[in-house]
Design a binder for this molecule. Structure first.
Ligand code: G
Ligand code: G
Ligand code: MN
Ligand code: NA
Length: 250
């Protein structure tokens, strides 16, 4: 209904904007990257979560055009940030199946002038689960362009460990559900330690997602995690707020 008709009108810039959530390095405290997250400008936006908007976009196939718009917007904004800060963009599996994502990324980098190494593409285990040669080729081609790959929501998918050998990724983002329970649930805590140890031994960086307390931050730091993202550091910010956040930090 309403979400779908918004998505159909082609002026995405009038209907959506991006929020940016900082991700910081645990060793240096510096911001390594920001994750661009789509936000709906509609009056009903406070009753409809970003996840619902994405789900409708996926069900209708409009995620292909919306995703291309998000990518362009995020890359353009990234060029205004300090050059040591990368831009992370979420890619839906449908953007692989229903469009030529390699061409889209390549064209967007050219159009915006963002160096490929400053783009972190967040993919999910669902994409890898398809296990298709086309997807393997696309992921290789994206890395060959110079873009980085992050495996998002890690630990929630299926037979995760297999993929780490088969698909080269630069980063693993440990799902928020594990971090949430880390001080309380011994199993979750063991899983987080195991993921971090495995990633470290493979030379893959780790990001703990959804860090909300100082205790959670200290636990993942002690476990050898590379980076953190979550409300403790910052909520997703509008561009002007992000600029202020970055100038207020060392
Ligand atoms: O802030 P948060 O509520 O933004 O995001 C909700 C969900 O929507 C998350 O799973 C996030 O990965 C996803 N999401 C946010 N922005 C985008 C986007 O531009 N593309 C895709 N595919 N997913 C997004
Ligand atoms: O699926 P993905 O990891 O891309 O989604 C990021 C989502 O997590 C966004 O909806 C973002 O708003 C949300 N998020 C980021 N940090 C926190 C946090 O510390 N706590 C909670 N509850 N959600 C968070
Ligand atoms: Mn993400
Ligand atoms: Na995630």
């Amino acid at each position: 209904g309403r979400i779908e008709s918004t998505l159909l009108s082609e002026s995405f810039g009038e209907q959506f904007h991006l929020a940016f959530q900082p991700i910081t390095d645990l060793a240096t405290g510096r911001v390594t990257s920001v994750e661009g997250l789509v936000r709906w400008r509609h009056a009903a936006a406070d009753r409809v979560s970003p996840q619902e908007v994405i789900t409708v976009a996926e069900e209708t196939g409009l995620i292909v055009d919306l995703g291309a718009w998000v990518l362009h917007e995020a890359c353009e904004i990234a060029t205004t940030l300090p050059e040591e800060i990368n831009m992370a963009v979420n890619l839906s599996p449908l953007q692989f199946g229903r469009s030529n994502i390699v061409d889209i990324v390549s064209r967007t980098l050219k159009d915006t002038g963002l160096p490929a190494r400053r783009l972190d593409l967040e993919i999910t285990e669902t994409l890898l689960l398809e296990d298709s040669p086309r997807i393997v080729d696309d992921l290789r081609a994206l890395r060959a362009l110079g873009a980085r790959l992050s495996l998002d929501d890690f630990g929630t998918g299926y037979s995760s460990l297999r993929y780490l050998r088969r698909f080269a990724v630069d980063k693993i983002k440990i799902d928020r559900s594990f971090i949430e329970e880390i001080g309380r649930n011994r199993d979750h805590s063991s899983i987080v330690h195991a993921i971090i140890n495995m990633a470290n031994s493979l030379g893959i960086r780790t990001v703990a997602e959804g860090v909300e307390t100082a205790e959670q931050l200290e636990i993942v730091r002690a476990a050898g995690c590379s980076e953190v993202q979550g409300y403790l550091i910052s909520r997703p910010l509008r561009k002007a707020e992000l600029d202020r956040f970055l100038t207020d930090r060392p």
